[in-house]
Design a protein around this ligand. Structure first.
Ligand code: GDP
Ligand code: GDP
Length: 440
């Protein structure tokens, strides 16, 4: 029972077009979540979907120091971890700028890694195929001419590098769980208490039993039973490590974490009340929100804190993670087992929100009521008309509102509508995606 989400790593010196390609890969997904309250999007990690196949993209360039030697500081960085864990490395060069000494250096590093590398000669729009000639010298695969800006060659590329079909054994996290069990991922930076929590829930032996040989990239599903409910832990090596057999501490891998997020129905994001709430926590939570996964925030190590410390942490959570207004917060102690029952009752509620059925008549009633309270604003004298609404997806729940001039609906009005729907359906722990369509 193992599987993983294809991971594509983009590598190349600055200015070859990595972020342009990243945007192209993740664009459609991103458009859907663009309306989430004030979230800045992560420029390094993204999810893409092509012909029904999901994948993950990592722009390693953004993770490397931007000055000087492109490989400097790579040693233990997330960029290196991502390159090593990637199923496919896309190495971009700039066909217009020609071969560059940094390209040679990167090529040397990639050759040593011994994993599949696609050499992309970017900015090739309007150029003859023969223009890729000089890049053969890098000693990698045949250079493929592409254009990240115009999209030339990109579909062929994705068809070539993504596995033929989604793995049949995988439950689709956007469909309600067939057997009623809830897929849960427990994520957080190192030392926040993830393994302690997992051991509490499942017991050490079960975790170890699940730690069968497999590649480190695979995530493993560990079924467990808690308070009369069936759950499946989407476990990554980052959590399950630490057996008596080997005490090796795994590298913290954002790629593995994101993979677990992708597979989960509900994510438990763990932060450490006895440490600082930091940028890494905020970033991880931002990624979960962007992916639209149901989420509960567990503030762990709540034991042994006095009243003033507890206050400080609550303020920290509010100020450092400000976009989390829809996410329920639970204070727990994984070590003592306190707060876990309530945490898991909440996970159930979030799951219900993630897969909620929103009947069309009810949706339209809510829309009409909302518009009666606040009419859509007039834009240059013409009123925006919103005609009808229906559900467009689950986990996260999505609604599509049809009308005219919908591209001109102001952000504030979108937010107003979104809140009306959220409140009416009592959504908790999940974002609501609201898309607008002009015409029918
Ligand atoms: P990065 O530093 O590798 O992430 O590169 P960017 O994606 O920021 O691109 C650097 C510059 O190259 C930008 O001005 C892009 O608009 C441009 N660029 C990227 N892809 C293409 C392409 O396919 N064709 C052309 N002509 N320009 C491109
Ligand atoms: P992980 O890296 O996120 O899996 O974190 P671990 O589960 O390995 O925990 C890191 C450290 O925090 C260990 O020393 C744990 O004993 C400790 N720890 C975990 N949960 C709690 C808790 O609820 N309270 C306290 N005081 N310590 C905890």
């Amino acid at each position: 029972m193992s599987s993983h989400l294809p991971v594509i790593a983009l590598v190349g010196r600055p200015n070859v077009g990595k972020s342009t390609l990243f945007n192209r890969f993740t664009g459609t997904r991103d458009a859907l979540v663009a309306d989430f309250a004030g979230l800045t999007r992560d420029r390094q990690y993204g999810f893409g979907k092509f012909e029904g196949r999901s994948f993950m993209v990592v722009d390693t360039g953004g993770l490397m120091p931007s000055s000087g030697d492109p490989l400097a500081g790579l040693a233990e960085s997330q960029a290196r971890i991502a390159i090593e864990e990637a199923d496919c490395v896309l190495f971009l060069v700039d066909i217009r700028a020609g071969l560059n000494p940094s390209d040679r250096e990167i090529a040397g590093y990639l050759r040593k890694l011994g994993k599949p590398v696609c050499l992309l000669a970017n900015k090739a729009e309007g150029l003859p195929r023969s223009a890729v000639g000089e890049f053969y010298e890098l000693g990698l695969d045949t250079p493929m001419p592409v254009s990240a800006v115009h999209g030339d060659g990109i579909q062929d590329l994705l068809r070539q590098i993504l596995p033929a079909a989604p793995e049949a054994e995988d439950a689709d996290p956007e469909e309600p769980p067939e057997d009623g069990s809830v897929y849960v991922a427990i994520v957080g930076r190192p030392n926040v208490g993830k393994s302690t929590l997992v051991n509490r829930l499942i017991g050490e032996e079960r975790v170890l039993a699940a730690d069968m040989p497999g590649t480190t990239r695979d995530s493993i599903k560990v079924p467990f039973h808690y308070q009369g409910q069936d759950f499946v832990l989407i476990d990554t090596a980052g959590v399950r490590r630490r057996g008596k057999v080997s005490e090796t501490i795994e590298k913290f891998s954002i790629v593995k974490t994101l993979e677990a997020i992708e597979r989960a129905h509900v994510v438990i994001a763990v932060v450490d009340a006895q440490g600082d709430i930091g940028e890494q926590d905020a970033r991880l939570l931002g990624l979960i929100a962007h992916r639209g996964r149901g989420m509960v925030l567990a503030v762990n190590k709540w034991d042994g804190l006095d009243e003033s410390e507890r206050k400080r942490i609550k303020t920290d959570v509010d100020f450092k993670l400000p976009f989390l207004d829809y996410v329920p917060v639970h204070h727990i102690s994984a070590k003592r087992g306190t707060g876990l029952a309530r945490l898991f009752a909440e996970v159930q509620k979030v799951r219900a929100s993630a897969f909620i059925e929103m009947p069309t008549p009810r949706l339209n009633q809510i829309l009409e009521k909302a518009m009666a309270r606040h009419a859509p604003p007039a834009i240059v004298g013409r009123r925006i008309k919103l005609r009808y609404v229906h559900q467009g997806g689950r986990n996260p729940p999505k609604i599509i509102i049809h009308g005219n001039q919908t591209e001109r609906v102001p952000v504030a009005y979108k937010r107003f509508l979104s809140n009306e729907f959220r409140r009416a359906f009592k959504l908790t722990g999940v974002p609501l995606e609201v898309a607008f369509k002009t015409g029918d």
